[in-house]
Design a protein around this ligand. Structure first.
Ligand code: ADP
Length: 155
């Protein structure tokens, strides 16, 4: 629907919200851990996707429930194969940054049909290439929390 008058104060406020104010701490693992251990980590951290990072917290990839289910259906030895082999890897990872409006981040989640965006900061490596350091995660759960917060404002 189209707005035919000034956006309400609530809408103005909604559009000002930034990822950095709502992001969660990253649930991250290293690429050399086994798929088996990734499944255990999903249970212990109570998350559906894990961010795969290097020792220096550089973003390498993402691994989700479905990736691990797919591996479990095949002949993959879950104890032997590392997550780095089956993860979705850079440069195919959809990211967000702390200063991005939450509406933009929520659109990315919808458009790409994913649950989690790593929140990153950029840095330049020794070769002058841009790289990404993981500083958080922004998920559909964060979006749900924002909705509930707004809906119960003043209550
Ligand atoms: P699930 O597999 O539990 O439904 P998702 O919908 O988040 O979880 O993941 C779907 C696919 O997208 C998986 O293959 C996963 O590796 C990949 N994926 C997850 N998050 C991202 C992301 N931020 N950017 C790119 N691909 C992603």
């Amino acid at each position: 629907y189209k707005e035919n008058h000034e956006p309400s104060a609530l809408l103005v406020r909604l559009r000002q919200l930034r990822v950095g104010d709502f992001k969660s701490i990253p649930a991250a693992i290293r690429p050399n851990i086994s798929n088996y251990d990734a499944i255990v980590t999903m249970f212990t951290q109570n998350v559906g996707s894990l961010i795969v990072v290097s020792e220096e917290h550089e973003l390498l990839g993402m691994i989700s429930r479905k990736d691990l289910l797919k591996a479990a259906l095949g002949k993959t030895d879950l104890q032997q194969v590392p997550v780095g082999v089956i993860m979705t890897r850079m440069p195919n990872i959809i990211m967000t940054m702390s200063d991005e409006p939450v509406l933009e981040a929520a659109k990315k989640l919808m458009q790409h049909q994913i649950d989690t965006l790593p929140v990153v900061e950029t840095f330049i490596d020794e070769h002058g290439d841009e790289r990404y350091e993981v500083v958080g995660r922004f998920t559909k759960t964060n979006v749900t929390k924002i909705l509930v917060q707004i809906g119960t404002l003043g209550q």
